[in-house]
Design a protein around this ligand. Structure first.
Ligand code: ZN
Ligand code: ZN
Length: 288
């Protein structure tokens, strides 16, 4: 399917010579197609930086604007170089900083219209909104984005794949079940960010009230370590370089449990498995 072009409107940003170093990079030739950094992951805030070199976006911005700036800076990245923010769903841990960053850096916000309606009071006044539809691919400049529906207790929640020059990454967090459509979208990725929210025993025996346990376990809740393992079994392949487990519960999971359980799915020795954390940025990863 040919992507529908939704091009980030450069007019709203004035004439901007972004990334003075970029022309040097172009001349030298980029040695990667996509660069990724998970700035935060978990129920207290989520944000993923994705760049193709000439176009850089945030997928969700669920920390305060100032904290996202701080985390970008800590990796040598600059919010001034961002081109857009892409929103998965309206839960606060995904959109807390969207409005403020959008206003501060004149960033268009790509969001589905249903999610926009549900998020309107949290977003505040955003100058440029671009609505996408789950299932319909589109472009943000030269990044090809394919949003797909996921099962979660939000208005119109979305996972994403991002593709540049044939290098594809997939992001699927905040989903109660991995449908066959989700699996189809996640095939062929070089990097996957997969939810491994809870260990089922820890959740059942843990301190949460029963209705919340039920919500987390439901089809519109969050993926367990075991469900994440089963998903990975079906989408892994030889060229999958990184799997990063994300949105881990701080109460009902541990990084060790998530790595150990999901690690059982791994049958390709050149795939690296890691966890994303709430309080620290992950590594800046580059993919050819
Ligand atoms: Zn979340
Ligand atoms: Zn959510």
């Amino acid at each position: 399917m040919k992507p529908i072009a939704i091009v980030a409107d450069s007019g709203i940003r004035g004439v901007k010579m972004k990334k003075p170093w970029f022309s040097e990079q172009l001349q030298a030739g980029l040695d990667y197609n996509l660069e990724i950094c998970i700035l935060a992951s978990g129920s207290r805030g989520n944000a993923v930086y994705v760049s193709g070199g000439s176009t850089s976006i945030l997928i969700d911005a669920g920390l305060s604007g100032i904290e996202i700036e701080r985390r970008l800076n800590s990796k040598g990245l600059h919010p001034e170089d961002l081109d857009a923010i892409l929103v998965s769903h309206e839960h606060t841990d995904h959109i807390q900083g969207v409005g403020v960053l959008s206003r501060r850096f004149n960033l268009p916000v790509f969001i589905s219209s249903k999610t926009e309606k549900a998020a309107v009071s949290q977003l505040g006044n955003v100058r440029v909104i671009k609505n996408f539809e789950c299932g319909s691919p589109f472009m943000i400049n030269d990044l090809s984005i394919h949003p797909f529906s996921i099962s979660h207790d939000a208005e119109d929640p979305s996972g994403f794949t991002v593709n540049q020059n044939g290098t594809k990454i997939g992001i699927a967090t905040d989903l109660g079940i991995a449908t066959s459509m989700v699996k189809e979208h996640l095939k062929g990725c070089s990097l996957l960010i997969l939810e491994a929210n809870h260990d089922e025993d820890m959740l059942i025996n843990g301190p949460y009230p029963w209705p919340i346990k039920q919500r987390i376990k439901s089809r519109t809740g969050h993926l367990s370590n075991e469900a994440s393992k089963n998903l990975l079994k079906q989408v892994q392949h030889d060229r999958l370089k990184y799997v990063i487990l994300a949105h881990l519960s701080e109460t009902n999971n541990t990084p060790q449990k998530a790595l150990s359980e999901v690690g059982r799915a791994m049958s390709h020795c050149n795939t690296q498995l890691d966890v994303a954390t709430q309080d620290e940025c992950g590594a800046l990863l580059r993919l050819k």
